[in-house]
Every structure is written in C-alpha cells, then in structure tokens.
Design a protein. Sequence first.
Lengths: 266, 266, 266
Amino acid sequence: MNKKAWEGVFRMPEPGRSAKPRSNGLTMLLDKGLGPRATEDLMATAADYVDFLKFSFGTSAFYDEEVLREKVEIVTGAGVDIYPGGTFLEVTVCQGCYPDYLRRAKELGFTAIEVSDGTMEMTDESRGDCIKRALDAGFKVLTEVGKKSPDEKIAVAEMHRLIAYDLELGAIQVIIEAREAGKGVGVFDKSGAVNESEVDQIVAGVADLDKLMWEAPIKNQQQYLILRFGNNVNLGNVPTTDTLALEALRQGLRGDTLKRALERGM
Amino acid sequence: MNKKAWEGVFRMPEPGRSAKPRSNGLTMLLDKGLGPRATEDLMATAADYVDFLKFSFGTSAFYDEEVLREKVEIVTGAGVDIYPGGTFLEVTVCQGCYPDYLRRAKELGFTAIEVSDGTMEMTDESRGDCIKRALDAGFKVLTEVGKKSPDEKIAVAEMHRLIAYDLELGAIQVIIEAREAGKGVGVFDKSGAVNESEVDQIVAGVADLDKLMWEAPIKNQQQYLILRFGNNVNLGNVPTTDTLALEALRQGLRGDTLKRALERGM
Amino acid sequence: MNKKAWEGVFRMPEPGRSAKPRSNGLTMLLDKGLGPRATEDLMATAADYVDFLKFSFGTSAFYDEEVLREKVEIVTGAGVDIYPGGTFLEVTVCQGCYPDYLRRAKELGFTAIEVSDGTMEMTDESRGDCIKRALDAGFKVLTEVGKKSPDEKIAVAEMHRLIAYDLELGAIQVIIEAREAGKGVGVFDKSGAVNESEVDQIVAGVADLDKLMWEAPIKNQQQYLILRFGNNVNLGNVPTTDTLALEALRQGLRGDTLKRALERGM
C-alpha cells in the first residue's frame, strides 16, 4: 500500500483488517458499465480495497474490443482480478461454446471466471467440468449458489452439498446469490432485510466461512454481515460507488460500526 | 459498429435487435449532469446502444457555454442525438422566447428538441407551432404526452388525439411521460409497478407502436415493456448508469429475459 | 461566473438566487469517493453551485496521500471548500489526537472542519474547544446537531442551545443531521418524508435561519425546504449526481418548482 493521507494521525477503530493480497475480507464490486476514465478513478481511489471487479450480467458483450481491453488492463494493472458475470457463462454453456468463452476470456485479459446456475439448470457433471476447465486455463474460479428467481429456492442441504463440491474442485470462493438489487432473493427479504435464520442455516453447514462470499449490495446487509462475521467477511455485488463507504464500515469509520467500537472502548 | 469483444464466440439469446441508425428499439438516456470525461466514457462504452441523450429538466442552463459545447460535441460526434429537456422548452414558451431558444439550441449544437406540456397548459395551436418551428430549424422533434403531477391526469382519448396530432405534424417519436422517478405518474403506480390496463388503453389507440417511446427509468418497467412489446421497444429516461444493463435486458443477457429465451429453447 | 450556455435567452423562473461567494443558498455535497477525473467533471459542470464538498464518514482515510492532495487541489482551485466528514473528527477526538488531525488537515489542503457528535457523547467544553482550535487554525467551521441513531433523539431545547452556542463561538453554519440516507433520522421519517412539526419546532428557536443547513439527500426533502424557506435555503448531504437537479429545483427549472412559478405568473 502507498502512504495513506492520514497515516500516523489516528488508529482505525476496528483493527485487524486484512491487507492485499488477502484470503478473507474480500470485496467484489459489481461493474454496470464504467468507462475507462471512471475505471482509472476507481483504481486510483480504491484499488487497495477491491479484490474482484465483476461485469454485471452479460454487459461485457457490448464493449468494443479495444475499450474492453483498455478497461481490463487498467484493473489488472492495479492488482485487481476481473471477470465477466456468471449469467454470461450460463449463456455460453447453453450454447455449447464454453471452451471458446474461456479462450476468448484469456485473450481479453480476464483473470477470473464465475461458474453459476442462477438462471439455468446445470448437472453436477457440467458444473464440475466448467470449474475444472477454467482452473486448467489458469483462471481463479468463483462459483455461485442460489437462484435468481424468487419462485425457485434451493434447499439448504443442497446448498451445503454444492459449496463443498465446488471448494473440493478448487473454487477459491463460493458466492451466495443476491442479484444486483439484493431484494427478495437468497437470505434477503423483499425489503432487503436480512433473514437471519437463513443465514444461520447456511453457515451451520460450511466448515470454512472464509470461503463464503455474500452478495450484499445494500448497506444494512453489509453492516449486518460485518457486525456478525467480523470486518473480514467476504462481500460481493457491492456498487462501485460504495467502495469506500464499505471500507469505512469495515474499519469502524462510519457511524454504525464506530458506535460498537466506541462501546468496546476503542 | 466496431468489433465487439466477444464477437464470434456466442449468439445473443434474444436476436433481432435493431442496429443504428435505427427507427425502433430506441434508447433515450436522462443525463443529470455528466461532465466531459464521464460523457466520453459513456460514448466509449455505449454509443451503439444510445440514440438520444436528454438533459434532465432545465439543467443545461447551468453549464458554462464552453463546457456545454464540449459535451454536445462529444455526444454528437459519437452519433447520438442530444437535446435540452422539455421543461426547459416550457419555460421559454411561457416567456415568449421560443424562437430565441431554437436559435440558441442550434448554435450550441443540439440536434433534437422535445415539445412537452408536462407542467404548463398548451393549446393545440401553440403545440403545433412549436413542432413546426423546430422542424423548420432542422431539429428532430420528439413530443411528450402526460402530466408530471399525479393530481392532473390526461384522458386516454385526449392522449390518442395528441399522439396522432404530433405524428401528423412530423414528430419522430411521442414520449409517454413518467418523469425521472417513474413513480405515481403515467402508467406507473406509486411503487413504480406497471398499471397494465393503462398500457392497454394507450396502445389500443395508436396505429404504429414504433412511434411510441415509454419513459421507463426503473428495471421492472423496462423488463415489462421488453417482454410485452419485444426487445425493440423504445425506452426513455433510462439512467445513464443503466445503459448496458438495459441492453443486456433487451438482448437476453440478463437473468430476467435470459430465462424466457431459455424456455423458448434459445 | 463564466458565460452560461443560454445567457440572454430566458429568465430564471425563480429569481433571486444568491451567487458565489454566498452566505445563504449554500449547497454542501456528500462525496462518497469521486476519483480525480470525476472531481474535475463535477467542478467543470457545477462549481458555481457548490459551496462545500464533504468526504462521507471517514472515507478520506483510505486515499493515497497523493490522490487526496490532487483531489483537494481540484476542488479548492475551483473555489469550493472541502472537508473530511464529522465522523472522522469524532474518532480523532476520542483517540486524543484532534490537534494532529487539524495539523494534518491543513497540510493536506482542507479548508473547513465539521464538528459533530452524531455518534459519540461530547461535553460543551470539548465541543467548544474543537470549534475554537479549528478556527484558530484558519478553518471555516461547520457544526452539526442531532444523533445518527434513531434510538437517540436530542430534545429541541437542547438543539436550540447548541445552535446558539456554536454560532456564538464562530461556526459559520450549523447542520441539522440527516445522515446519507435521509430516512428515520432528524426531521425525516422512515420513508424520508418531512415531519413538518419537527421543522417548526427547530426554526422556532433559531434567530437567523441563514445559519442553518439542512441535510436533505432526497428530492422531496429538498423541494419541501425550498418551497418553505425559499430558493436560498442551505442544503447539505446532496448526492454529487444531483447537483444540477437541485439547482434546477432552486431556480424553477424543474416541474415541481416551475409549477409554482407559473401559478405566480412567472
């Protein structure tokens, strides 16, 4: 890390925040279409606090090749992993062009791949094949469990089985689906509030919580997860505009977590 | 269109998307004050998917002349039409300076004009005069029907009459008002949900649906209109940050429309 | 002010807007992490309409020193005051390093300081000491009254006492707390609606309303305050993306305030 602006002046109220390269306390941002200059801005202000940048849905398909390459280079050059969203992978799997997808992703400079089945059905065999091929091609692999539709719900036992399966195959993180909106999906209700008993059920069957990444686009969700699991909980689908606000929440520089630090006698 | 990043790797799940210059499938963005660099970013990432950029309300009045000219040039240079919002036109009509407004808009490089009466009352004669003068001055003319206030509602028969009137005079698109927020106005209820019967009533009296543009700032509204009218429905007041997300929705690269494509056997 | 794009073409529907340097009609923006290019964009489009830029929470702590310095220079070079948020000050007061904080803030180029006790408890003596030291160091001082937690509420009499106390000591503005979200805090209810009787009670005990700045992040709040107190009411915690939209609201170039101007016979 470069010298921070206030270095030496004060102590972070919530200490123990992991530094890069980190294996927990990961932050994955959801990129809805930042241009090259905005991407440079993001990296200049926040690269130390961002581990993964994910293109939302299939948005990477709409970029001119040269613009995408420029963007990917800005991100990877700042030490941040970058990948096309899981929805895009699902399309290529359905169309039988997953190997082409991996080859092209490599050419374009992507460093990670997300394997998900949020919209489609996928057999264990197909899922495992996706993970293995991506690993073989040199990508970091994140997988996702959970369905995008509020009408489909995956049983918690099945979720536990998939998490273990993916990690066994070499996924570095398993993501709990919450979409971009974080409402009415996964562990969040229609208003975005956390369903604590669903969180309880999920964590009850996971050996290593550092391998779970929670999609948590909304502040109250991030706050709940940080207060419950500590400031090094892995969080995903964070809006790019909230990167520093989330870091303030993690490190006790925002009212909600500062309050606890004060009560503890910071 | 330049070469896209994933060209040749996969097929769009929802085919048939119109290409520029297009006469349907138009997207109009609502610009709340992008600076020159952000405007360049937007054009670099999304110019192929944007047809009109509208300055929200009267915001163009607050720009320094040179900054506005720079912005207008970036946009028009990328093949996108640009215009000051309808509210601004209403002010100039009220103040009797509409001809000056058109002359100045031309000097500043604007390429389109929106004629609306969302806040004020306007006679047919005045409305027609606005349209004709703008056309004579070489602008593309979009008009708008509907009131901004939830207390004033325009009868559907009157709406049909105005739509026919405007198109007859040469408007290229008639916009259905929904404001920036998309809530409690036009065909959207207080929560932003679509009032389907109001949509039914409007379309029942319009001969060519390709001439209607729906202001639809919120995703569920865009999704409804795309699923109902196809991926080449005309949509307006789209937030600039959602440009690629909307395109993903149109072309089936987002869960909500991908699901339908999958069911169809993409 | 430089020459505006539409100068000479029309009159602002709501006249009398104060110009910089202004002592009322102040706008304070909440900056959640703009990078250098976005900061330049903001200053290029809106410097005439922005008086203060506040770093949200403790986010300034996460910047590399050189990036922060660049950002501060862009802002102050455009004639806008800039300061770290009040939460950050509370941390340094708690840790006993407030003098170091002021010294470093000066070195980094900040021009203002906010003294608040939104999260912690602060005695009058400590509050007064903070204000005086910041003034002595050459900063403009804004103070804040109100608590961040919905469970703690400050009595209106105490609020009046603090406002008088802070102004007496030399604060140029006293801010009424509403956080970033503007919901369930201060004069706003859970949905963000204005509690008018609470506004009544506050203003009843304040001699000079030009010394009050209302945190009002949401449009309906800004609109209420402008319609009630005039277009030169002081507003804070405005999202950077809404700067020009707010100015349109102040000057009658947006439906909501234009309507009133029309009724008056603009």
